[in-house]
Design a protein. Structure first.
Length: 132
């Protein structure tokens, strides 16, 4: 509110929020570096850049629908589905390491056959009601 009272444009509020977020991120990085002795470069290269790549790719792919379609619920659905699909694919290849991918594959391979194959024990494990 104080930015608007000083007659700054409404966009200044967003810029101030972004600047505050960057400052808070810097404080968190300094704290983690001191507390856990984690090099900031390792975090930037191993966590931040892969997540940034996945997020920007998904945002860009979803934003393409803004150019191609008129504003309708179909454009919203297409943009959301495209963004989620691109995010999952890019995150799988870029943001997740081999161990994380193996854990996800193990969990999926343990659960999917029981749910897709009609295993009667699968219903019980999901917490279904006795009268199902």
């Amino acid at each position: 509110g104080w930015l608007l009272r000083l007659r700054h444009p409404p966009g200044a509020v967003g810029v101030a929020a972004l600047a505050a977020s960057v400052l808070l991120l810097g404080g968190r990085l300094w704290f983690v570096r001191r507390l856990l002795d984690l090099p900031v470069r390792a975090w930037v290269g191993g966590v931040f850049l892969p997540c940034l790549t996945a997020g920007l790719s998904a945002t860009g792919a979803g934003a393409l629908w803004l150019v191609w379609m008129e504003p309708t619920p179909w454009r919203l659905a297409a943009s959301a589905m495209t963004s989620v699909t691109v995010l999952v694919l890019i995150a799988w290849r870029v943001a997740l390491n081999t161990e994380e991918r193996d854990v996800i594959l193990r969990k999926l391979s343990a659960r999917l056959p029981a749910r897709l194959g009609g295993d009667p024990d699968a219903k019980k494990s999901r917490g279904s009601l006795p009268n199902d």
